[in-house]
Design a protein around this ligand. Sequence first.
Ligand SMILES: NC(=O)c1ccc[n+]([C@@H]2O[C@H](COP(=O)([O-])OP(=O)(O)OC[C@H]3O[C@@H](n4cnc5c(N)ncnc54)[C@H](O)[C@@H]3O)[C@@H](O)[C@H]2O)c1
Length: 255
Amino acid sequence: MSLMKGKNVLIFGVANDKSIAYGIAKQMFDDGANVGFSYANQAFEKQVRPIAERFDSKFCEECDLGDDNAIEELVKKAEKVYGKIDTIIHSVAFAPKAALTGRFLDTKREDFITALNISAYTLVALAQKFEGILAENASFLTLSYYAAIKTVPNYNVMGVAKAALEAVVRFLAVDLGNKGMRINAISAGPVRTLSARGVEGLSRLFEAVAARAPLHRNIDIEDCGHLASFLCSDKAKNITGEVVYLDAGFNGTAL
Ligand SMILES: NC(=O)c1ccc[n+]([C@@H]2O[C@H](COP(=O)([O-])OP(=O)(O)OC[C@H]3O[C@@H](n4cnc5c(N)ncnc54)[C@H](O)[C@@H]3O)[C@@H](O)[C@H]2O)c1
């Protein structure tokens, strides 16, 4: 298939080959895209560089998305390598561990700010800083979770951050839409990744999906790749501002 043929795609959020962003990178590469990678800090470089090589990537750069100057530097590098960017994948989230356990009521102000900054504002920052080098019909994609709309034990401040992220998608859709560009979110069911392991009681979420979802199974990063490639391709040209559930139907069930 050549859904993404010749498109320049920058992918934020690969930590290793279990990451949702890895599944997306692989599918986009298979669908003909030029995939570029950015990792949060040096600790991730050892994992991400070989992945970039696996996908013949010309771009593999560090960028802490909490740092506006770092994003501006990255934009300059991306422009040198690609000229224009067609698609940006935001598969990034962070909350301090202490905020992902116990009572939500006890969330500290600094942890709340960190979680919303890294998990939601970074999408605004990417759209803002990359605006000048986006191609016509450019598209953005981010990753959300059901805890944006329903409480899930221990997700706590991350649920609040995902609610903010989904609102960010709708507001950005308006501004980007005026330029013919699009943005969507995939609300993915639970997947065993580095970040997910930071949430206590993860196994129960997998069991709940297998028991209750109409399809009685969990999703994987390949599923994320397939949906991401479609949503970012021109085939989805009239889909924007959406949160698309990828959860074997779990979100539609009450019991
Ligand atoms: N795994 C799940 O069950 C699940 C379900 C739904 C949504 N999601 C979302 O999918 C996205 C990807 O998570 P994942 O599960 O693949 O885990 P992951 O740990 O593989 O990916 C999270 C990424 O965020 C990056 N990151 C954190 N802080 C950053 C910063 N300051 N600058 C740049 N990058 C930073 C990490 O380096 C990592 O690569 C997240 O938004 C997560 O909330 C995950």
